[in-house]
Structure formats: C-alpha cells, structure tokens
Ligand binder design. Structure first.
Ligand SMILES: [Zn+2]
Length: 256
C-alpha cells in the first residue's frame, strides 16, 4: 500500500500536499500556506486531518497552521532546530527521525541551506520526497540563511535517494528555473524536452510537480556541478570541488 497524494495550489505559487493512507484513513498535510484550500479538499474527500508536517518557518509555508489546527485538531510536527520560530509544535523532529502516516513511515532529512533548520520528508514506500524550498523542480531554493556548501551537502543527500522518487517541491517556479538552466546547459536535450513539457502543462494551468529525481539529476543544473560541460562553461577545471561549482551556479541564478 502506498499513500495517495493530492497537490493543492495555495496563494499565488505555493503548493501544499495531502498524504492519505486509505487503509487506516490517516491523513497528513505538508505545509500550510493557507488553510481554506486544504480544508476544502479535506471536505471533498471526506478525509480527517491527523498531522501537519512543516518544512521550514517562512510565512508562506506556515501561516495557515493555526487556523487549520483549530479546524481539525491535527498534531503539528516541525524541526526541533526551528521550534522557536514555527507555530507551536506538538512534536519536534531532527534528521533521521520517523514521521508516520497510517501504515507508512517517513524519514526526516535535514536540508538546511534555504533556511538553517529546513527539513524534507521522504516516504520510501510511496517513493515520495517533500522537499519544499530545498530541491525544487529544475532548481533549488535561494540561500537566505545557509551557505552554498551547506545547500550542496543537503542536495547531495537527496541525490542518493532512489531515482524513481517523486519530488514534491514547494512552489511553481519551474518555467523560470528551466529558462535559467538553459543558460547553463543550452545543449542539454532532456532539458529542452522538459521545457516543452512544462510549457504545455502551464498552458493548461496544471502543476509541474511532482518531478522525479531521475529527471532532476538529468536536467537540474544545481545537481550537476560535476558535469564536465558545465564546468567548462563556467570556467572550472576537473579539480574544482562540486560545492564551488554549485556556488557559482547559485550565484548566477541570483543574478538571473
Ligand atoms: Zn521558503
């Protein structure tokens, strides 16, 4: 049995995700940009929310928590490292801890970089990763708090997950991310096809998430600092550290 996942667009470009275990009826949500769209889907589906999982403290990921908690009585789980700046937590978790949705156990992965204390949730049976503003579709989150080396270490952990893992990230930024990626790798054929697929999805107003980790490994420049072509383009030799090349790609994206 795997979890059913429902993508819920919130605010202008955020996503919340419902995770539902049909056997037990248990339901969780990852991030709460606003309560109303989440409550609407819970009602349509007839699901009862048991758990709210938080990835990081930014308002566009947590500002609906109090309203959603009041309406559902759900337990709120977030990073111990971020406890002081998250809504009140019922449980605080760190790297390696388990979070349960019905019969499936998810793992907490520390993915600091965008913020220090940002966590991702990996559900291996369902092959789903909720990465919010760490690994994003064809991109990664801006480094508001962490260093490039820290974000590179976080992304490296995610890169070692099974390639079929679906990546549910926090925002609909894919069109812009691909436009930037093409400045780094203009000749990447898979990236060019991804641009066509994403344009077709957006023309129909459909989400471009989830992607798969294998797709990210092949097209996301932030996961590809080891590629010889990228290194040549950016003026790095084969002796450069991946983290240095990553830092340069992130720097160019900030200026893009
Ligand atoms: Zn954020």
């Amino acid at each position: 049995m795997t979890l059913d996942i429902v993508t819920i667009p919130c605010l202008s470009d955020n996503y919340a995700y419902l995770l539902h275990d049909a056997a037990s009826g248990d339901t969780a949500v990852v991030d709460v940009p606003e309560a109303a769209p989440i409550l609407r889907v819970l009602q349509e589906k007839g699901w009862r929310l048991g758990t709210i999982l938080l990835t990081h403290h930014h308002p566009d990921h947590v500002q609906g928590v109090d309203e959603l908690r009041a309406a559902t009585n759900a337990q709120v789980i977030g990073a111990a490292a971020d406890r002081h700046r998250l809504p009140a937590l019922d449980a605080a978790v760190s790297e390696g801890d388990a979070v349960r949705v019905g019969g499936e156990e998810g793992r907490v992965i520390d993915v600091s970089g965008h913020t220090v204390g940002h966590v991702a949730f990996h559900f291996p049976q369902t092959a789903a990763l909720f990465s919010a503003d760490s690994l994003m579709a064809c991109g990664c989150g801006r480094l508001f708090e962490g260093t490039p080396a820290m974000m590179w270490e976080s992304l490296s952990k995610l890169m070692s997950l099974p390639p079929e893992t679906r990546v549910y990230s926090g925002h609909e930024y894919t069109t812009g991310n691909i436009a930037f990626a093409l400045t780094i790798e203009p000749e990447n054929g898979m990236l060019k096809s991804r641009q066509t697929e994403v344009a077709a999805l957006r023309a129909r107003m459909q989400p471009t998430v989830p992607s798969t980790l294998s797709e990210e490994l092949a097209t996301n420049p932030f996961l590809r600092p080891g590629e010889a072509g990228i290194r040549r383009k950016l003026g790095f030799g084969s002796d450069a550290e991946d983290a240095e090349v990553f830092a340069e790609i992130r720097h160019r994206k900030d200026a893009f």
